[in-house]
Ligand binder design. Structure first.
Ligand code: AMP
Length: 133
């Protein structure tokens, strides 16, 4: 079914949804190949690589090439890109023997976001508690 764009409703006084993008952030530097990463996938839209401080036996980050500081910067025209990040994460996890995985996007510092380039965490290989801490 084709994605039908809907107006994005944003509540006043909540987290700033559009974050200033700093092109010197670590993931931008990985995209520019200025610093190394254990790449697992790349295509014209995104790159996937292992997290440098893995929180599970499999901990992969999937990032768009597009300069989006966080989920709040994505609009309806990014819907296909967001879906692509999830599908790439799933494909990488399955390829590495993990049909079950957790897919996480931290949005904003209070949620745990520390790198302000949008990324999807893919975690697998051990039982994962719920709710998360
Ligand atoms: P978040 O806290 O959601 O912003 O996640 C950022 C993630 O990036 C953390 O899990 C870090 O371990 C990871 N990270 C930071 N620097 C690097 C790097 N150079 N290569 C791979 N992962 C990194």
């Amino acid at each position: 079914m084709a994605y039908v764009p809907v107006p994005v409703v944003r509540s006043a006084g909540s987290l700033p949804t559009a974050l200033a993008y700093d092109p010197s952030n670590v993931f931008a530097r990985i995209l520019r190949r200025e610093i190394p990463a254990q790449l697992l996938h790349e295509d014209e839209h995104c790159v996937a690589f292992r997290d440098v401080a893995p929180q599970a036996p499999l901990h992969v980050l999937v990032i768009p090439r597009k300069a989006l500081a966080g989920l709040g910067d994505a609009g309806a025209d990014d819907a296909a890109l967001l879906g692509h990040l999830l599908l790439v994460g799933r494909a990488v996890a399955e390829r590495l023997g993990h049909p079950s995985a957790r897919y996480v996007v931290n949005h904003g510092a209070p949620s745990g976001q520390s790198v302000f380039h949008l990324h999807v965490h893919v975690l697998a290989g051990r039982p994962l508690a719920w709710p998360p801490g």
